[in-house]
Design a protein around this ligand. Sequence first.
Ligand SMILES: [Zn+2]
Length: 94
Amino acid sequence: MTTPNITSELTSENIPTEPKWEPSALIRCDRCGDASQAYTRATKGDFELVLCGHHTRKHELALASDGWTLDIRLDVLEEQAAKYKQVASDDDNF
Ligand SMILES: [Zn+2]
């Protein structure tokens, strides 16, 4: 009797994917200028737009329906907001 050779090597982890776009404090919203950090990259052909959280929410449907590819990283914005909240509540205890 032979034991079946069960392998669990077939996972989706080895499939190459495009690197995620990473927001940076140096990348500012194309609409707000220096006022806001960009959290979304929209691309269509040779064109690229970067948008802050506010302008992402305002324009994402229009851009998507116009054929733009959206790389939305509002998760990063939420992470940063959570950290600021943490800092703010730490200050309350002072
Ligand atoms: Zn903006």
